[in-house]
Design a protein around this ligand. Structure first.
Ligand code: IPD
Ligand code: CA
Ligand code: CA
Length: 289
């Protein structure tokens, strides 16, 4: 159980910890060469080792924009993942942050080889590897691995989400005043008109607290784990949220775009994730004139 502090008194915050109902089927089809959840967990763990081994060293940093950067470790992690995916599942079309689209086939992958790269470059130990796999138009498998805490968040559509094998359930917080929220800001915050500062101000005045971890994938997993009650962010990319989105959904969160629409993987790519009751309250705040 997570802790909450309504009315100035420390109490346990109720979370619905009942594990998700077992489903009668698995997404694994032995007739097809498609990955299992264990496969993508092991990919994420191996890429996470690359991040951990490279952590706290001097990095070769290149700037993709004024503040958006990439290190040699992002590239090593991505090269490892692309090689493994194309070797083991040749029918794969991969969208990866540093190299864009590659390959072709019925398996659709979303790869963020290092989510939280600004933290990483500064030696802040909050970052992860994020991998999702979709087929037939639906995200089916997700793994988000935090190598510094050895935390493996994962989910299989219809079969719940887990942290190191333990079932996850989203918080049941219903009031903003008792909710700890998390958000992020786009790399063009200095210049963009839609920059989240207005929304940040609104939530900062109504929620118990608002955090900014610097990793969208972990933000979503922390909502799944009821560490945070809600998350919103604008101007993301599919590799930031495909895996964390499924993990949050499978933990019982409602995950939408900022208008409440179901397709949070398409441009303009905004995400709102929370338990159902809080999601509605957060939408009200976002929609207020
Ligand atoms: C970023 C992080 C950050 C979010 C940014 C993302 P990166 O990804 O997820 O939390 O606010 O919008 O671009 O660049 O560290 O992979
Ligand atoms: Ca990212
Ligand atoms: Ca990244």
């Amino acid at each position: 159980m997570a802790r909450g502090r309504p009315n100035g008194v420390w109490v346990l915050k109720t979370t619905d910890r009942a594990p998700p109902k077992p489903q009668p089927f698995s997404v694994y089809n032995p007739a097809m060469n498609q990955p299992t959840l264990a496969d993508i967990e092991s990919l994420a763990r191996a890429a996470g080792k690359i991040l951990r081994d490279g952590y706290d060293q001097e990095h070769d940093i290149q700037f993709k924009g004024v503040i958006d950067l990439v290190t040699e470790i992002d590239r090593q992690s991505e090269a490892f993942l692309l090689d493994e995916i194309s070797r083991r599942w040749p029918e794969s079309r991969v969208l990866a942050e540093e190299s864009g689209e590659s390959g072709d086939g019925r398996l659709r992958w979303y790869v963020d080889p290092l989510d939280g790269t600004v933290n990483y470059a500064h030696g802040v130990p909050i970052f992860c590897v994020s991998i999702a796999c979709a087929w037939d138009g639906t995200t089916r498998l997700a793994a988000v691995y935090d190598p510094m805490r050895d935390e493996m968040f994962s989910a299989e559509r219809g079969r719940g989400s887990r942290l190191n094998g333990r079932p996850l359930r989203v918080s049941r917080a219903a009031e903003l005043q008792q909710s700890l929220l998390v958000t992020g800001f786009p790399y063009d915050t200095w210049t963009a008109k839609v920059n989240n500062l207005e929304y940040f101000g609104r939530f900062a005045r109504q929620a118990q607290g608002v955090r900014r971890l610097g990793s969208a994938a972990l933000d979503l997993c922390y909502v799944a784990a009821a560490r945070f009650d809600g998350y919103w962010e604008l101007t993301l990319k599919p590799w930031d949220v495909a895996a964390g989105g499924l993990i949050a959904e499978e933990a019982g969160a409602l995950v939408t775009d900022l208008q409440g629409g179901a397709d949070y993987l398409s441009p303009p790519q905004s995400v709102l994730a929370a338990g159902r009751a809080l999601h509605e309250k957060m939408l009200d705040v976002l929609r207020a004139p």
